[in-house]
Design a protein around this ligand. Structure first.
Ligand code: ADP
Length: 379
């Protein structure tokens, strides 16, 4: 029998705030979402006392996980600044005098990456629906085909799509303590908020909550040793995205855009966002670049193909490649059978592998970690 919300609240009454009050009585709990044995809620406290509450968050998670009928629990701790108080982590602004930016120094990002991961690469887009997640998953598989050990972190908590794109069902196992075992599919190590909460569960995420959930997915998941972790970012360039770009130690970012002008304006914003926080731009991918008629094989540039390449040149960012608009990509993607894994000899897999090769070269060129192909001995 799945646990009920009442049972969860009763268990939380045994967890005490730093001042000794039972957690449900503190007024700091969000709505507790219980769905088929999966529990999710957040604790919101003033930013200045977040550290004192981290133990409470962990205790709450353990208490809920220990309940019979609970299969997973995710507790986000959110630091909220009081009205008028300075921001705990201000986005880097132009330095006084207007010269340059006040960048956080590289390597001093507040969130540590998992210890065994050599390079974290963000896949981002200026807006939704341009094929960011499809690109992320096929790029990850392309990197896998180059002999790298690859993980995928689905940070698109507004619309997690990795469970669907990789056709992975089930829930991550809990290991000792608060740690979770990631899922796997097509040789990739995968974690997504979609494994922890029901897809239909409506969730309102604010910037700090995003970071809190993401920090847990980075730090409390046994990622093991990975050459590259591909992070599927939430679409757009809002507060949540900026926070991730600023706080996660990214080795670089890949921007996905369609060729249309409007999408390119959004893509430019994406480029600007990463530049602002000093994350190297590994390049731009033009998705749905051209259309090959499935009947006659004729190619047409319905969206004015080539815009992203020109834009990349203008911005001084590498151009990584063009992915055609093709039903096969859409169908395999939406059916959980990504094209690079299920049609490895086809033309699309080749395109994605070439893009992956350029991403790998960009990482190598920047001296990021051990991104060298492994020797694969075929049986
Ligand atoms: P985003 O992550 O940017 O919101 P998705 O990757 O979810 O975008 O893609 C949106 C839709 O477009 C999905 O149905 C996906 O299958 C489809 N799609 C993505 N790239 C292509 C492509 N190159 N050709 C055809 N369909 C595509």
């Amino acid at each position: 029998m799945p646990a009920t919300k009442e049972q969860v609240l009763a268990a939380l009454a045994a967890v005490k705030s730093p001042e000794g009050a039972p957690l449900p009585a503190t007024g700091k709990l969000s709505e507790v979402v219980v769905s088929d044995g999966k529990v999710f809620f957040s604790i919101t406290v003033e930013a200045s006392v977040v550290q004192a509450w981290e133990g409470v968050r962990k205790a709450a998670e353990s208490a809920v996980r220990a309940l019979p009928g609970v299969t997973s629990a995710l507790v986000a701790l959110t630091g909220e600044r009081a009205a008028g108080a300075p921001r705990a982590a201000p986005p880097p602004a132009k330095a006084p005098g207007g010269h340059g930016h006040a960048h956080p120094p590289r390597g001093e990002r507040p969130v540590q990456g998992p210890p065994g991961v050599a390079a974290i690469v963000a896949v981002a887009s200026g807006k939704g629906g341009v094929g960011k997640s499809t690109t992320a998953v096929n790029l990850a598989l392309g990197l896998r085909d180059l002999g790298l050990k690859v993980g995928v972190l689905d940070a698109d908590i507004y619309g997690p799509s990795m469970p669907k794109l990789l056709g992975i069902r089930g829930r991550p196992e809990t290991l000792g303590g608060n740690r979770l075992k990631p899922m796997s599919g097509y040789g990739l190590t995968v974690m997504s908020i979609g494994f922890l909460v029901e897809e239909e569960t409506p969730m309102i995420w604010r910037g700090p909550m995003v970071m809190s959930a993401l920090t847990q997915m980075l730090r409390e998941v046994e990622w093991g040793t990975l050459d590259v972790m591909v992070v599927d970012m939430p679409p757009g360039t809002g507060d949540a995205q900026l926070t991730i770009a600023q706080q996660v130690p990214l080795a670089g970012a890949v921007i996905v855009s369609t060729p249309q002008d409007l999408a390119l304006i959004d893509a430019r914003r994406g480029v600007e966002m990463f530049k602002r926080v000093n994350v190297p731009l590994l390049g731009i991918v033009e998705n749905m670049s051209y259309f090959v008629c499935p009947k006659c094989g004729e190619r047409s540039d319905i969206f004015g193909h080539g815009g992203a390449r020109r834009e990349a040149e203008k911005l001084g960012v590498p151009f990584l490649g063009e992915v055609p608009l093709d039903m096969a990509i859409r169908e395999t993607s939406d059916a959980g059978r990504p094209v690079v894994a299920t049609a490895p000899d086809g033309p699309h897999a080749k395109v994605y592998r070439e893009i992956a090769g350029r991403v790998r070269d960009q990482l190598k060129g920047r001296g990021t970690g051990r991104v060298a192909p492994k020797i694969v001995i075929e049986a």
